[in-house]
Design a protein around this ligand. Structure first.
Ligand code: SAH
Length: 360
């Protein structure tokens, strides 16, 4: 039975699903979920991410990790964690950069890759054949069995952690649910719900998203860095202030498709809710840096100098490199919508977030 048929049968039996439950089924159903069975990243796949746009992205993330380790006081051992490594491009570029520029950091780092998707783990293992000895794959952050300070990176991971959606109606708030129409097809509907939190101001018809999974991720990181020390860099598209709006989106072959059409066949995302993620981390005793746009963060880390150096080395590719840079930092491209957040232990001044030039 297809995932769609199984979801429909489940709703007939047990009632409508929240948008978060629907997302989880579409992404992680063991037989047919998108990430569980057919994640297609890259130019020929369904979506492209910053590390696939240019090697500069992963290199600067790697140098950020090394500089963070220096600012932590060069601990002898550090848990270097990437959550959701995708096809491994980001960590491969980061490893290359730190091998050349920061071998002491690499010697202290124990690499942990957190990946739920079995097919992506295989892609990562192939790509990372020269990974430092002892690199380990785990399925969730709570399997990280290290008490060393942690340096964690996660690019475009928050957006695949599911959200619930609430709609302001004339009668109050209702939850947006996935149910069945009279012909038995998947449709969105509403269910009235008591709310356990304060909602932002919204006009009738407006949608507010709440992601317990994103908040739990922020809290889990907060607990770790408050206890073990360290820092986590989360980069994603999303909102920088609490706000309204339906951001549920299905992408297939780089095109937006209706999210209910073909469960499991498309990548399904929502915007990262940075204010909620950071608040959840602070509630666990961690510190958080002011949010930066991807543009500002990359510029502070020296992306312009890196682009210039690459173009000098390959004058034949100068135009392509300039286009890649614009894609990463352009205000109408990834520069403004994408944001960098940092959750860190007390007393650390993480590079790229202070508004001042850093030497990273
Ligand atoms: N970071 C990569 C890939 C982003 S795609 C890049 O920038 O190119 C999202 C990644 O998160 C995939 O590797 C996916 O399998 C992983 N992922 C999805 N849900 C996850 C979860 N709940 N826990 C950990 N990883 C998850």
């Amino acid at each position: 039975m297809s995932l769609k048929a199984r979801i429909e049968a489940g709703i007939r039996q047990s009632g409508p699903l929240s948008v978060a439950q629907y997302m989880t089924a579409c992404l992680h159903d063991p037989q047919d979920g998108y990430y569980a069975t057919r994640p297609r990243l890259g130019a020929l796949g369904d979506f492209i991410t910053a590390p696939m746009v240019s090697q500069m992205f992963g290199e600067l993330v790697g140098l950020w990790c090394a500089e963070t380790w220096i600012r932590l006081g060069r601990p002898n051992e550090v848990a270097w964690v990437e959550v959701g490594p995708g096809d491994g491009t980001l960590i491969a570029d980061a490893l290359r950069a730190v091998r050349a520029a920061a071998p002491d950091f690499l010697a202290a780092a124990r690499l942990w890759l957190v990946e739920t998707s079995a097919p992506l783990r295989d892609v990562q293992r192939t790509r990372l054949q020269d990974a430092p000895a002892g690199a380990r794959w785990i399925g969730a952050l709570d399997e990280l069995s290290s008490d060393a300070p942690m340096i964690l990176i996660a690019n475009e991971v928050l957006d695949c952690l599911p959200a619930r959606q609430f709609v302001r109606t004339a009668q109050g708030w209702a939850e947006r649910m996935v149910g069945l129409d009279e012909e038995g097809r998947l449709v969105f509907g509403l269910a009235s719900r008591p709310l356990d939190r304060v909602m932002p101001d919204a006009a009738p018809g407006e949608v507010v998203e709440v992601s317990p999974a994103q908040e739990a991720f922020g809290a889990e990181i907060g607990v770790r860095v408050a206890r073990q020390g360290g820092a986590a860099l989360l980069i994603d598209y999303g909102r920088g202030t609490p706000g309204v709006g339906d951001t549920l989106q299905a992408l297939r072959g780089h095109q937006k498709v209706p999210p209910l059409d073909d469960p499991g066949a498309a990548d399904l995302t929502v915007h990262a809710d940075f204010p909620a993620v950071l608040a959840a981390a602070r509630a666990e005793g961690a510190a958080t840096a002011p949010l930066a746009t991807q543009r500002d963060w990359l510029l502070r880390l020296g992306v312009q100098a890196r682009a210039d150096a690459l173009a000098r080395a390959r004058p034949d590719r100068a135009d392509a490199i300039a286009r890649q840079l614009d894609r990463l930092i352009g205000e109408d491209e990834m520069g403004e919508l994408f944001k960098a957040a940092c959750i860190h232990g007390a007393g650390l001044n993480p590079p790229g977030f202070d508004g001042e030039a850093t030497d990273g």
